[in-house]
Structure formats: structure tokens, C-alpha cells
Design a protein around this ligand. Sequence first.
Ligand code: FAD
Ligand code: GLY
Length: 376
Amino acid sequence: MNDLLIIGGGVIGLSVARELHKKGIKNITILEREGEVGKEASFAAAGMLAPHAESQRTDDFFYFCHESNEIYPNFARELFDETGVDIELNREGTLYLAFTENDSREIRERFEWQKNSGFSVEYLTAQEVRKAEPFVSPDVREGLFFPRDWQVENRRLLYALQKFAELNGIEIRTNTEVKNLLFENGKIIGAETDTEKFFVGKIVLASGAWTSLVKLDTRVLPMPTVRPIRGQMISFRTAKRLFAKVIYTPRGYLVPRADGRILSGATVEDAGFNKSLTESGIEFLRQNALEISPSLAGLEIFEKWSGLRPCAADGFPILGALPELENLFIATAHYRNGILLAPLTAKILADKIVGDKNSKYLESFSPRRFRTVTAI
Ligand code: FAD
Ligand code: GLY
């Protein structure tokens, strides 16, 4: 019998596996549907660590994002020591720019609530914006600077986490799609694919946008719904690095990578499990990029891709156990912030699984919040 099974090898499953291993759980298996781990939403992401640019108010979600961001430098250092992989944590900060009157209203409101809450945010005139990033369009009206909104190269992060697993005896079973969770005498006893059964002590369900497709075999348990929200992305490549900082607007963002790529993202679309790229999506991303910087005009698109963000009914993560099934832990629905939230998600989940410690975030983001009936 395995000690612990993790269903899904995205950034969440891999980070939880690492944290549990560090806390002493030695017999961990990750089951991954695809031929490789880390090739779904976590690979598609832009890697922004952006609590100030992406939160809407000072609520538990904001603090959860903020705390996870604060532990990133240590997470990156530890991963480097453990695996030799640099995840390219870049702390140049993020600009949030206004090009229209509505944008100006939006950034002034954002400035007010963040300043009033004591967060790191600076107001910049158009001139100051262009001094910070000379390739930004002269049409920029004004902007904010978030010195503590950073970025990582999420593909390197996935590589580091996979390498940690390999170096530390965490088993990764690819091409292994879990169809059902097995249930007996009030407990989850394992998981099954079309051809195999796995019997375990504890399970972490970290299957991203596909979480609601995993079924219980014997009775119906109302599991919270997670739906896929497609994000299309493109990148350009320039010989000379044009930007140092991440640049955000209310319509999209540019993320400059160390290797000369500039990512332009992302669409937010309810298209089911369809990951196709669309002409209109790509054109939207190209136009957003040109609005921020006309210097990108005429560049060929270097890469195009898409991914499915896992999204709960209220848009917040789903973390922790259901009361009826104490050995099943859910870690999903990180929607637009799973890269940012991976280190803290892993920590609070591992603290719960190993030490029965309850973070306040397990309370805020408990699957129980969707309950209308008592099951079983
Ligand atoms: P995934 O990475 O999708 O991993 C889930 C894994 O589970 C997959 O590998 C899948 O194959 C596997 N799986 C599913 N079902 C089963 C099954 N039944 N059996 C076995 N395996 C299964 N977040 C940020 O913090 N910053 C960003 O800048 C950012 N940008 C984004 C841009 C785009 C375009 C997208 C799409 C997302 C972005 N995100 C960003 C969000 C982030 O990518 C996600 O929140 C995060 O990757 C979710 O991680 P995950 O491990 O839950 O899901
Ligand atoms: N967080 C960026 C995105 O989801 O597109």
C-alpha cells in the first residue's frame, strides 16, 4: 500500500509532493494522465506573482496571495539548493498602466485601496512610466508600480519540481488517468484507472480543471464543481531585451523573459475542455501587446499556446478535506494564480496532512463552503 497518492502532476500536485516529502512522508506516488507531468495549465501560465495587480480587494484571498509571494524567494533558493535548477525569480516589479479614461479610473481606485491598506504601491505619471520602461507607448496616461509583484519562469519551476521528485524517490506514474476514487466504510481507500487500482492511506486531489471528472464509485458525494477557463497566450522574441518589468493593463499583460521572449497574455474564455487557439484570440493578444508597446509591431509571433485554468464557482481555491472523507484532501481551483499560490498551498496542506495543523486559509477556502446538503 502506498502512503500517499497525488492525483495530478501540475504545479500544485508537484509542490504538495515536495512539501510532504520534506515533512517525512516517504512513500508518495503522483498519478498523471498525460505522458509527462507539468504540461497543462502550469506550463501554459505566464508565471506572474502578482497579488497587487490581480486581487480586487483586501480579503483572505489577497492575504493568501501576498503570503505565498513573500515565501517565494525562499522557495526559489531551496529549490536551487535541492535541484540545481534556477527558476528565474525576477523581482524587477510590475507596472500597471492606463491607456483610457476607464483604465485611469480603475488604477486610481486600485491605488487608493492598496495605499490605504498599507501595501507597496507607487503612483507614476506618464513621464515616469516611460522613464522606467522607455519602450512603453507614448499614449500611456499614467500608471502604478508594484515593487513586490514579481515573476518566475514557470516552465523552469516545473522542471525543478519534477527533478526534486526524481531525486527524492517520489514516484511519478505518467499516462495514468484516475477515473474513480474508491470508497469503503466511510473512507477513501484508493483510486482506480481503467486498468489498475491503487490502495492508499491518503489522497490529494490536485487534478486542476479536470477535478470534477474524477468520480466516486459507490455513492454520490457532492464534490465542488471546478470548470475549465481557457487562456490563450502568444510570445514574441527580440534580439535586445525591451522590458525589465512585467507590464499589466486591464486588458492583458506583457511578461519579459530572460531569454528574450516577451509573453503576451491572456484570454479568459469559457470554452469547455477545448484548448484550441482561435484567430480572434491571437489578434486580441497582438493588439494588447501593441497598445502597450508599438515597438512590437512587425514582429513575428514566436509561439502560441493555451491552457485551462481550474475555476470554482466563486473563483477562489478549494483546499482541504471534506468532513465525510477525512483522508481525501482537495487542492485545486487556483484559477489565475496557481503559480503564485503553489508554495503556500503546499505548506498548509502538508501541515494539515502531517501535523493536523489548521491554517486559517483552510477555513476560508474549504470545500465545505459549497455545501447545500449533508452527504452520506
Ligand atoms: P494543472 O497544471 O492543469 O495540473 C493538473 C494536472 O492534473 C494535469 O497535468 C492533468 O493532466 C492532471 N490530471 C487531471 N485529471 C487527472 C486524472 N483524472 N488523473 C491523473 N491526472 C490528472 N497563475 C499564476 O500564478 N500566474 C500567472 O501568471 C498565471 N498565468 C496563467 C496564464 C494562463 C494562460 C493560464 C491558462 C493560467 C495561468 N495561471 C497563472 C494559472 C495557473 O497556471 C493555474 O492556476 C495552475 O497552473 C493550476 O495548477 P494545477 O496543478 O492545479 O493544474
Ligand atoms: N494570471 C494570469 C492569467 O491567468 O492569465
